[in-house]
Write a protein that binds this ligand. Sequence first.
Ligand code: UDP
Ligand code: MN
Length: 279
Amino acid sequence: MRSTEEFAWVTLTTNDNYGLGALVLAHSLKRAGTAHQLAVLVTPTVSEAMRDRLKDVYNVVQEVNVLDSQDAANLALLARPELGVTFTKLHCWRLVQFEKCVFLDADTLVLKNCDELFEREELSAAPDVSWPDCFNSGVFVFTPSVDTFTKITEFAVQNGSFDGGDQGLLNQYFGDWATADIKKHLPFVYNVTAYASYCYLPAFKQFRDMIKILHFAGKLKPWLIQFNSQTKTAATPNEYAHAQDLIQHWWTIFCDNVHQSLTDNMITITITITIPITR
Ligand code: UDP
Ligand code: MN
């Protein structure tokens, strides 16, 4: 395994709520003992206070802004506003100070050390639960390259995205993923969907201890779940009952590593965290 400076975990947040996810994710990576760098892409809509908190734990906090950028691919994409958030994720290919990266959605939680993922090649990802011949774009290994960035953005302008999001676009661009090279299929334990309707419950129980990365894909994000600050328990909804301990783990990291660093102002701008800050 090569030295630590060349490899980075990369996530994205366009607002302060997903910023909470990014903070918990970063601490989960550190708890799992990663040797690699952490980078987060932020848009101008992320508050200064949130950026400061992200800087505490991320080595790189990179602002990405569609409108400020002058290159042809960006300008072309401006004509396709529906691809907005998708486009933002693509900026990860511009982190060319790193040799290889793993993108993680801000709604993922790393449960075990996964540094071996950097031995994989672009584009490696795990199957999507609802259409396993597509990969899920919440966790993927990629090689930063301005050339690839330009090619994907041009492809997006030409072809759009069949699902309107980054997953459809990336599956179209890396269209031979399902058939070309089995080494680019990550085991499912690197991107396990937590939401019950997407989840095969007996298998979830059987293989629970092998899960390396949990993904809170879908509408209900951990930071939207009610948390009782007295009992320190999350009011896990039915859809997540099988993953109660893992939801609890997200909140434990939030309480231990994130909450005390937030200002009152940041608490009020988030819609669900109603616990008072006690120092
Ligand atoms: N994201 C963001 N702001 C948004 C929506 C999405 O920053 O308003 C980023 C964030 O990193 C998120 C990722 O894009 O994890 C993909 O979106 P999401 O996880 O909500 O999609 P899902 O996994 O539920 O399909
Ligand atoms: Mn996600």
